[in-house]
Design a protein around this ligand. Structure first.
Ligand SMILES: *[C@@H]1O[C@H](CO)[C@@H](O)[C@H](O)[C@H]1NC(C)=O
Ligand SMILES: *[C@@H]1O[C@H](CO)[C@@H](O)[C@H](O)[C@H]1NC(C)=O
Ligand SMILES: CC(=O)N[C@H]1CO[C@H](CO)[C@@H](O)[C@@H]1O
Length: 441
């Protein structure tokens, strides 16, 4: 009897905790059950420093997300010293995975001062140590929108070195093969070099496990061609690692109807693994899918600094929330089973050095831990391709009138601290908000 009981208890426990883990095979994500995994995600950062510590809040949000088929959230910043068990369980119970940035406000690799050093590695490792144990931790980002200009391309080797070292760390600690990727700003002139550089090379220990893009080029009554999504598809067909949209959901044309999802989960679903909609909470930037009540005067007693309530029962914003729900309900690609899938793409070729376009020598070794970029030094042993640029070297999509040259209207606390003017403006608000929050919390 005792034996029977404990078995039943064990069975019950494992049933509660059972969510298959996510892994990559070739250019696709699979669950450990062997099903292909397409991301239906929502960016989730209610408070700047860590939205995964308030268990009841996570439970309220996870329940509502589940009703529209959400299977992922993206979180930009966490405090690894806090306990995340209850929030991670709340999301796991709702079938929701977490895609998490390893970088923090003061440790991200930046294009103004490209470097990769032990203070950064230790901070990234602390986040990995705190989260690897959750089966619904789907993947880690090594950086977000760190590179936004052509001369910023010299930062790419530092991103890749960070991915290399965090993959080595993951292995040395015996953690499962949690995918480690990068979330890029959608800058047409860096396309597809950034993607191909981070993915290239035959040594799997030295390239990212997935690439993702923050793209806001499909606005309102757009189309596959007009949005430039056709170019995104074309540029990524030869990738041997998964790709998805780590932010999407243009809001310049209202109402938002999220029609880009039909392309991503339709004609692009052979190459792309879904998307993450920006974003859950309504704040100054007007990308919210829900609010926690009306905006209040920031000067009123105990008001949040920007006047947007940050907790409570989530209230769907209309028509955005029902529109997303309606679109997602029709999109359920099943893809292939892992067992039936044999990857065919080999590693992409590293892009050539092209002055003023992509300033990375494809044959240079990756930076070592502690290295910094010296902007005054001339590039060494550059071997320009005699024919100018090869297939990987042309900034395809730029100047095509596709509108995909737009940078992300950055508003996330995780965004790069510099870049194009729109980003600077957005960042100003987000950064001021973040600073105010630190004082408020
Ligand atoms: C990089 O280019 C931007 C313009 O795109 C310029 O403002 C900046 O000064 C350049 N940085 C360096 C280090 O050359
Ligand atoms: C692959 O990369 C890792 C990490 O840099 C390195 O330790 C290893 O020697 C490389 N393997 C080969 C075959 O070059
Ligand atoms: C796809 C979808 O459901 N679109 C709807 C979004 O909201 C507007 C305004 O309510 C509707 O007119 C659309 O049909």
């Amino acid at each position: 009897m005792v034996q029977f009981l404990s078995l039943a208890v064990l069975a019950g426990l494992s049933a509660v905790n059972a969510i298959p883990t996510i892994e990559t095979k070739g250019s696709k994500f699979f669950t450990s059950n062997g099903d292909q995994f397409y991301i239906k995600g929502i960016a989730y950062q209610l408070v700047p420093d860590d939205p995964l510590i308030d268990a009841s809040q996570c439970g309220l949000d996870a329940s509502l997300m589940k009703t529209i088929g959400t299977n992922s959230i993206r979180v930009y910043h966490v405090d690894p010293s806090k306990d995340h068990t209850k929030c991670m369980s709340a999301f796991a119970d709702a079938g929701i995975y977490v895609w998490l940035d390893l970088d923090t406000f003061d440790t991200q690799v930046e294009q103004n001062t490209p470097r990769w050093a032990s203070d950064q590695r230790d901070a990234f490792a602390a986040v990995m140590d705190a989260f690897h144990k959750y089966d619904n931790l789907a993947g880690f980002f090594i950086g977000n929108e760190a590179i936004t200009t052509a001369n910023g391309s010299v930062t790419a080797p530092y991103i890749k070195a960070a991915a290399r070292d965090m993959k080595t760390y993951r292995t040395s600690k015996g953690y499962r093969n949690i995918p480690i990727g990068y979330s890029a700003a959608d800058i047409a002139s860096l396309r597809p070099m950034l993607q191909n550089y981070l993915a290239c090379g035959t040594n799997v220990s030295e390239h990212i496990d997935f690439f993702s893009l923050n793209a806001y080029s499909w606005c309102g009554a757009s189309s596959y061609q007009q949005s430039g999504y056709n170019m995104l598809e074309q540029n990524s067909e030869s990738l041997h690692i998964p790709i998805f949209m780590s932010e999407t959901g243009c809001n310049t044309a209202r109402p938002r109807d999220f029609k880009d999802q039909e392309a991503l989960f339709g004609q692009m679903s052979d190459v792309w693994s879904g998307s993450i909609i920006y974003e859950w909470i309504e704040e100054q930037n007007s990308y919210g899918l829900i609010s926690y009540g009306p905006h209040v005067d920031p000067a009123s007693p105990s008001a949040p600094p920007d006047g947007f309530p940050r907790s409570g029962t989530p209230i769907p914003i209309k028509p955005d929330f029902p529109n997303l729900s309606a679109v997602w309900a029709t999109l359920n690609p099943t893809g292939v089973k892992a067992a039936d899938y044999t990857p065919t793409n080999g590693p992409v070729v590293c892009p050539d050095y092209t002055s003023g376009v992509w300033e990375v020598n494809p044959t240079s070794p990756l930076p070592t831990l502690g290295q910094k970029h010296d902007f005054s030094a001339q590039p060494t042993s550059v071997s320009p391709s005699p024919t100018g640029s090869d297939s990987g070297g042309a900034p395809s999509g730029s100047g095509s009138g596709s509108g995909t040259g737009e940078a992300t209207p950055t508003k996330s606390p995780g965004a790069a601290a510099d870049g194009l003017s729109r980003e600077l403006k957005g960042m100003g608000v987000a950064f001021a908000g973040a600073m105010a929050f630190f004082a408020w919390l």
